[in-house]
Design a protein around this ligand. Structure first.
Ligand code: PLP
Length: 428
């Protein structure tokens, strides 16, 4: 496949946009080469500017769970656009999507809509701090909660007590309030809580991690976090920006039957438009302005086009719960197929998957946290990525990303993908 026009477009973009992209994950820095420029997409396929068709395993990093240009979402946006694109005033549509979200997700009474997952997580933490009147939070190394300052803290070597900023521009003052823990390590969390008695407002966690590949929680991990939070008056924030409305209609809270205090959403909830949301029981949500003292706002929050897209998406998921079963079966089929061909070709690998999330790691050891996720062989991944691209299959240009399975994928697409992986892995 040729990517001539994409390379030209990238060269032009680079002159005007830092790195040629508006979000770093779109760059090909980790794998080499230049990004593919998309012209359109439909169902399971992307069509690029060179006229290539690619089977898409990123799906806008999650939102397109029913495939690209899903008709009810497209129609809803077109119809709403004709009536005006933004008012900065309340609309009935906002109450409709709020009612549906509250009906689908357990343990929430009220929800506030924002414009991105970043905003949702940032606001959830502010709310938790205001509610508990405490400053510190615990986050896990390798979990991503958007790019607001207090989350851009990574595990440095042995950074157990205080985080150190890993992005210039994050002040030491901000970093000191973010404590880092190891994913799937309850003892580590208990130690942090003990060392910071009555100072921790919230623990924020991806209940199934998806930003260091896909890492499901070990048995008892989330139950343990819930107990530690309850015992220490800490709010448990589930960042379900990736997992919400994906692993089940009610997200991981429903899937694994665990109660979070605040839940963050993004991606699927907007049906492909810029939407995020955070939700909790009434007592906590009433702390938000204009009812309560914690300020949070947005000129375009609850935007009618975004709400129309989100509502159409949630309705589709609400009305056909078999979607989640179908997605799980397709993912399991793909995982089994990849497992078979990689074994046959003597590749060293681990596959993690749950629901419609899957990741392939080029390392034999179990991948359970950031450290083990980082052990994968990146040179093999580069060959894997470019090999699949040549076969017309698009996965994320990074070994640390989850693949998202959509309902639009057919078993023919999955078989095609497995055959391509067989072919490519013979060249490792
Ligand atoms: C994508 C993501 C975010 C950030 O959402 P944006 O809409 O990109 O700001 C936050 N948390 C998780 C778990 C995510 O996957």
């Amino acid at each position: 496949m040729l990517y001539k026009r994409s390379s030209q477009l990238f060269a032009e973009a680079e002159k005007l946009i830092p790195g040629g992209v508006n979000s770093p994950v779109r760059a090909f820095k980790a794998v080499g080469g230049t990004p593919i420029f998309v012209k359109s997409a439909k169902g399971a396929y992307l069509y690029d500017e060179d006229g290539n068709r690619l089977i898409d395993y990123i799906n806008s990093w999650g939102p397109m769970i029913l495939g690209h240009a899903y008709e009810p979402v497209v129609q809803a946006v077109i119809e709403k656009a004709k009536l005006g694109t933004s008012f900065g005033m309340p609309t009935e549509l906002e109450t409709q999507i709020a009612a549906l979200a509250v009906a689908m997700v357990p343990n929430i009474d009220k929800i506030r809509f924002v414009n991105s997952g970043t905003e949702a997580c940032m606001s959830a933490v502010r709310l938790a701090r205001g509610f508990t009147k405490r400053d510190k939070i615990i986050k896990f190394a390798g979990c991503y909660h958007g790019h607001s300052d207090s989350f851009l803290i990574q595990a440095g070597s042995g950074a157990i007590t205080f985080g150190s900023p890993n992005s210039p521009g994050v002040t030491a003052g901000t970093a000191k309030d973010t404590l880092l823990a190891k994913y799937n390590d309850l003892e580590n969390v208990a130690t942090l809580i003990e060392a910071n008695k009555n100072e921790i407002a919230a623990i924020i966690v991806e209940p199934v991690a998806g930003n260091m590949g896909c890492i499901p929680p070990n048995k008892g991990f989330l139950e343990g976090l819930r107990q530690l939070c309850t015992d220490n008056n800490i709010l448990l924030i589930f960042d379900e920006v990736m997992t919400g409305f994906r692993l089940a209609a009610g997200g991981v809270q429903e899937l694994l039957n665990i109660t979070a205090d605040i839940v963050c959403f993004g991606k699927v909830i907007g049906g492909g438009l810029p939407v995020g949301a955070f939700a909790a029981r009434e007592e906590i949500m009433n702390y938000l302005a204009p009812l309560g003292p914690v300020y949070q706002a947005g000129t375009l929050s609850g935007n009618p086009l975004a709400m129309a897209a989100g509502l159409a998406m949630l309705q589709a998921l609400h009305n056909d719960r078999a979607i989640f079963q179908r997605l799980e079966e397709k993912t399991a089929y793909l995982a089994a197929g990849i497992d078979k061909v990689l074994k046959a070709n003597n590749v060293t690998f681990t596959i993690n998957s749950i629901g419609s999330m899957i990741s392939v790691h080029f390392d034999a050891a179990p991948v359970v946290d950031f450290k083990t996720a980082a052990n994968g062989d990146n040179e093999t991944f580069k060959k894997f990525f470019h090999g699949l691209l040549q076969e017309g299959i698009y996965i994320a240009p990074s070994a640390y990303e989850t693949w998202f399975i959509t309902d639009a994928l057919t078993y023919e697409d999955l078989d095609f993908t497995i055959r391509a992986i067989d072919k490519v892995s013979k060249t490792f």
